[in-house]
Write a protein that binds this ligand. Structure first.
Ligand code: GTP
Ligand code: MG
Length: 197
């Protein structure tokens, strides 16, 4: 089902501020500037629902978006952004860790990787962390418009190898610019967040 309704529900920096746990959610994690907020806008067909920026470090809070009144997408601040101070970086790390480790309605974390680049040390670290917490298995290759069709396949193979993905793990290429990949991803998100009654 296409996304018909999407709204920011809540902006949080600590658990007391998270929205009530009435629906399941999937979060977007990835390096700063990888395209997390742009992907949210692509999926929801809204140009400015999530703020995007050419310079890294745009999203600094945990942003909960309610989708079709049936699940949430959670936009997280990016990691690996060199220009913030050490203390701020530690603060962000703790904020994200607390969310990932305590949020009971979180069913999966989609790890975003720029299709042009080999997953970095930070990406590998993040992915192992997700594996440890049982939140892994969905990778989104962003900015697919930046490479040719042939390179795209090679790049996905490289992502699979570097993150040591298994055959069951999903990699979906998307382009917010060319508006591709969103239908497949929406289907996956809907399946993941269906109520387990
Ligand atoms: N060509 C191309 N550019 C993209 C795509 N998605 C995002 N961008 C660009 O990448 C930059 C960063 O996008 P954001 O969506 O703000 O990235 P983010 O991951 O939310 O970044 P932080 O909030 O800093 O963590 C912007 O200049 C976007 O226009 C895409 O699919 N194709
Ligand atoms: Mg962002």
């Amino acid at each position: 089902m296409p996304i018909k309704q999407a709204d920011i529900e809540c902006i949080a920096v600590k658990p007391e501020q998270y929205p009530i746990d009435d629906v399941f959610e999937v979060a977007f994690a990835g390096r700063s500037n990888v395209g997390k907020s742009s992907l949210l806008n692509l999926l929801t067909n809204r140009k400015r629902l999530a703020k995007i920026s050419g310079s890294p470090g745009k999203t600094r809070t945990i942003n909960f978006y309610r989708i079709n009144d049936s699940f949430r997408i959670v936009d997280l601040p990016g990691y690996g952004y060199a220009k913030i101070s050490k203390s701020e970086s530690v603060k962000w790390g703790k904020m994200i860790e607390t969310y990932l480790e305590t949020r009971e309605t979180l069913v999966k974390v989609a790890q975003l990787i720029d299709i042009r680049h080999k997953p970095t040390k930070d990406d590998i670290k993040m992915y192992s962390y997700l594996q440890y917490h049982g939140l892994d298995g969905l990778v989104i290759a962003t900015k697919a418009d930046k490479v040719s069709r042939n390179e795209r396949e090679k790049s996905i193979k490289r992502i699979r190898e570097t993150l040591k993905l298994s055959l069951d793990d999903i990699v979906i290429p998307v382009s917010a610019l060319k508006r591709t990949g969103q239908d497949e991803l929406i289907e996956v998100l809907e399946t993941l967040t269906q109520k387990k009654e």
